[in-house]
Design a protein around this ligand. Sequence first.
Ligand code: ZN
Length: 264
Amino acid sequence: MYPLIDTHAHLDDIEDLGPAIARARENGLIAIIAVGVDYESNNRVLEIAERYSIVFPALGCHPGELGETAAEIERNLQFIEDNVESTVGIGEIGLDYHKRATSKVSKDTQKQVLKDVLAIAKRYAKPALVHSRYSWWDCFNILQESGVERAVFHWYSGPLSVLRDLISQGYYASATLAAEYHEDHRRAMSETPCDNLLLETDSPVIYRWGTEFESEPADVTRVLEAVARLKGVERDVLAQRTTENALTLFGLSDFPAPLIPAVD
Ligand SMILES: [Zn+2]
């Protein structure tokens, strides 16, 4: 089985992390990108990455978790910039136009923060991990304006018109376990070329169909299975393409330990 990478997981929200990391290794994962959502979460993500060699950190400010005050936002942005050199990307960042999010933080504030954090990504040439729920066009346009050249639209379930534009920019879209059952996500993943595709779990998100269950990074094997079936591609071929995409996007091949053992 070709090695896999979970490109988006909230490891700081997983209660019993040690065993979950062990199961990820047993299931052939060679890397997990741990994303942060706010100041506290970013701190924990860095600690987790220190502790487990399989974990690579990304620091972010989730649009739904921006905090109450401008000072809180500023403190987090400063933290991201101070620690940017030890990250493989900036995320989770983006916009969320679901009313649960906009009732907490206005669209204008979300957009301003996104521009500010993308300026950091641009300055340090880091890829962006973008949350774009109901805000696909605005996310795409702001990314374009920022000049950030590498990005992934995580769990993309938006319109195919935006998808085509983001693909033509060389950006990526990532698949979650919703590829097993959610029509909008399935349509988007069918349309995404393998060269622009990544796999992720967004764990510990609880996926709902039939029975509820809390996801973990090892479930990226199920995402692989679902997307391979959906696209009619061999599982191993898809594993290799998506893993190579992730290695390239996050620059993981530059890390000291070789992630993929050499095969004689
Ligand atoms: Zn997420």
